[in-house]
Design a protein around this ligand. Structure first.
Ligand code: NDP
Length: 327
């Protein structure tokens, strides 16, 4: 093994389909970029599960090192904002999809994609947050005009990554957060994160009425499909629904009635191409408001070798909270 080599999980595709392998690479194998990072941690998001299993065409360049997030330390930089030794994080920008990602000991990317890691958050904690947690923050930023006394905020996919971080943040910010889950056995976990009560996701997952009883002052939805349609139909006058996910499905079988009769706002949330200022604002708010004891309570640990199996589990809804991958 060469001394500057590092281990990576690589996805390949041929006529027989998709496969993975663990490989030793050197910096010469990395893609173009002006900053090289020694990656210390990555994570597993729903999208990483799609990439690892090939369930959806997330990967568009082959072979690919997946991993849409990473944290690490700058080794070399030709970018004016970064120098050797800087602690950085990366979320999205097509990394793990079209550019080699975080499931490797090193990464080389455009410095424009990197953020300095907030001092209050360790590298491991930044990946416990990851894209899922940063997206939860973006959703809550979209609810900024909702006063904390306006009523309950519904969080769907509550035991998943986005949902778990959203619950912790909402409760810290003073909201009454209601957790919708298919895993009612996780009630203690969800109330521990800050849910004021827990509901069965089956109450939202079937086709419902175009306009339903007003229940939610706001919504953080990671699920899409009928769940999102029902959440919109149950949102109170003037409320905002932040839609970020599709764990139930990408369809939206909804009516315009909640929009035109109740002035409900549907806010689309994208983390991948979100501009730098918005990312910096989200991470600053995460550093300020996320209870790190709750983050630890929702996080489990894994290594590179575990990821192929765990990719299938997250898609099957069997992953609770967040996963930290140590490189
Ligand atoms: P997780 O798998 O961790 O969480 C998803 C949760 O959704 C599950 O834990 C489960 O929660 C619930 N769920 C799963 N299947 C169904 C179903 N058939 N019907 C209803 N609920 C279901 O994923 P993440 O939290 O990482 O991501 C959540 C979603 O957000 C994904 O669709 C992902 O692609 C999207 N996303 C989008 C981003 C963006 O930029 N817009 C960024 C990050 C994520 P429970 O067991 O509690 O019911």
């Amino acid at each position: 093994m060469m001394s500057d080599s590092f281990r990576a999980l690589r996805l390949n595709k041929n006529d027989d389909g998709q496969s993975h392998e663990f490989v030793e690479l050197t910096e010469n194998d990395l893609m173009e970029g002006d900053v090289t990072i020694a990656v210390s941690h990555s994570t597993l998001n729903y999208k990483d599960g799609l990439a690892l299993t090939g369930a959806s065409p997330v990967v568009r360049v082959w072979p690919m090192i997946p991993g849409i997030d990473f944290a690490g330390t700058v080794e070399k930089s030709e970018h004016p904002d970064f120098k050797e030794g800087d602690d950085v994080i990366l979320n999205g920008w097509g990394v793990g999809e079209t550019h080699f990602g975080g499931y490797a000991g090193k990464a080389r990317v455009k410095g424009d994609w990197l953020l300095k890691r907030p001092a209050a958050i360790s590298a491991a904690q930044s990946m416990a947050i990851g894209t899922a947690g940063y997206t939860a923050m973006l959703c809550i930023m979209a609810l900024a005009d909702t006063p904390t006394d306006a009523g309950e905020i519904l969080v769907t996919g509550a035991a998943g990554g986005v949902g778990s971080v959203a619950l912790a943040l909402l409760s810290k910010l003073g909201y009454q957060a209601v957790a919708s889950t298919g895993r009612l056995e996780e009630e203690a976990y969800l109330t521990g994160l800050g849910a004021s009560r827990v509901i069965d996701r089956n109450t939202l997952s079937e086709k419902g009425r175009p306009l339903d009883n007003e229940q939610w002052a706001g919504v953080v939805d990671a699920v899409g499909s009928h769940t999102l349609a029902n959440a919109i139909a149950q949102t109170k006058y003037g409320g905002t629904v932040a839609a970020c996910g599709l764990a139930q499905g990408p369809d939206l079988p909804a009516s315009v009635m909640p929009f035109i009769l109740r002035g409900v706002t549907l806010a689309g949330i994208d983390s991948v191409m979100a501009p730098r200022e918005k990312r910096e604002a989200a991470w600053a708010q995460l550093a300020e408001h996320l209870d790190l004891a709750k983050l630890d309570a929702m996080s489990s640990q894994a290594i590179l070798d575990d990821l192929p199996d765990l990719g299938g589990k997250i898609l099957a809804g069997q992953s609770r909270g967040r996963l930290i991958v140590t490189l």
